[in-house]
Design a protein around this ligand. Structure first.
Ligand code: IPM
Ligand code: MN
Length: 355
């Protein structure tokens, strides 16, 4: 009997369901070719469900999701719901409760994709950001005093634990070694100002580095990193950083790889269940129009397969995506692809299902 993977699918809000449908189409196409099966279970978490039931996420959601081999997520965010409720109540809650302590975000310029950086080619932009995903400023520590008065105080603390930092740094070293490219791991921090948090990060980083003599350990301040992403993206191989800096630099990363239409990420718990998503958000204004670019979701599906051990299938998806960006679609932007959402999905499915 062929291998079967239990996958939880959360299409979510806005264009999430449309791009997830194309991602699943491609999964089905490669599963036939590479001889495995997917057993899909859909969950309706998202803004529409919240507006109907007033419940953001069922109390047993994380427990239910633990039973799967992986989670495939579309997008969370609804124009009729106050910002923060769904993002914190669904996306961040699942990341935390499932202890997905790594947010893995490849930044890769595919052939034919228009890059906003002058003279940069696919060879120049190919790195991966390993973002810590459960601590830092996202931990929710802090509070307010005298809210709404002139004496109001707001405190938001960055929580960094030795355990949390070390497991993230270790994952990054392992990942960099396996990736086997330039074998250079850059810690992105702010040791000149955040002298408590990044002192812990820096000490941990160089301690763990001793166990990886084959990987070059490098350091850069976060502000300098944003300059170099624009000026010299070819300097980077793997970057490891905290939750907040990782959030910011990966949006910049998405832009230099051609935009949100192509940027995928994985929320990873190496010992548990991981969740893969296009990082672009729910784009509600394009909902239901069949114009949104599904490639980011398709790439997230490919990452999920590689994570599940179906390397060849993941690679076939990437190859097909490269062919589509290189030869078939005009632009990555919604409505400007020269093809519809479902046509792009059909084409990637066809290309990845054939050698
Ligand atoms: C991301 C998103 C989330 C984050 C939001 C939606 C909570 O921006 O995945 O990068 O800040 O992590
Ligand atoms: Mn973000």
């Amino acid at each position: 009997m062929s291998k079967s993977y239990k996958i939880a699918v959360i299409p979510g809000d806005g264009t999430g369901p449309e791009v997830v449908a194309e991602g699943i189409k491609v999964l089905n196409a490669v599963s036939k070719r590479f001889g495995f099966q997917t057993d899909l279970t859909y969950f309706d978490f998202g803004g529409d469900r919240y507006l109907k039931t007033a419940e953001v996420l069922p109390a047993n959601a994380a427990e239910e999701l633990q039973k799967f081999d992986a989670i495939f997520l579309g997008a969370i965010g609804h124009p009729d719901v106050k910002p923060g409720i769904l993002e914190k109540g669904i996306l961040l809650k699942l990341r935390f409760e499932l202890d997905q302590y790594i947010n893995l975000r490849p930044v890769k310029l595919y052939p034919g994709v228009e890059c906003p950086l002058k003279d940069k080619k696919p060879d120049d932009i190919d790195f991966v950001v390993v973002r810590e995903n459960t601590e830092g400023l996202y931990a929710g520590a802090g509070g307010t005093l005298k809210k709404g008065t002139k004496d109001e105080v707001a405190i938001q603390e960055s929580i960094n634990t030795r355990k949390g930092v070390e497991r993230c740094v270790r994952y990054a070293f392992e990942y960099c070694r396996k990736r086997n490219k330039a074998k250079k791991l850059t810690l992105c921090g702010k040791t000149n100002v955040l002298t408590y948090a990044f002192d812990l990060w820096e000490r941990t980083f160089y301690e763990v580095a001793k166990e990886y003599p084959d990987v070059k350990a490098d350091y850069a301040h976060v502000d300098a990193i944003t300059m170099w992403f624009v000026k010299n993206p070819e300097w980077f191989d793997v970057i490891v950083t905290d939750n907040m800096f990782g959030d910011i630099i990966t949006d910049l990363g998405a832009m230099i790889q051609g935009g949100m239409g192509i940027a995928a990420g994985g929320n990873i718990n190496p010992q548990g269940v991981s969740m893969f998503e296009p990082i672009g958000g729910s784009a509600p204004k394009y909902r239901g129009k069949n114009v949104i670019n599904p490639l980011a979701a398709i790439c997230a599906g490919g990452m999920m397969l590689e994570y599940l051990g179906e390397d060849a299938a993941g690679k076939a998806i990437e190859k097909a995506v490269m062919e589509v960006t290189g030869k078939h679609i005009r632009s990555l932007a919604a409505g400007q692809m020269g093809m519809s959402t479902s046509e792009v999905g059909d084409l990637v499915a066809k290309l990845s299902a054939t050698a």
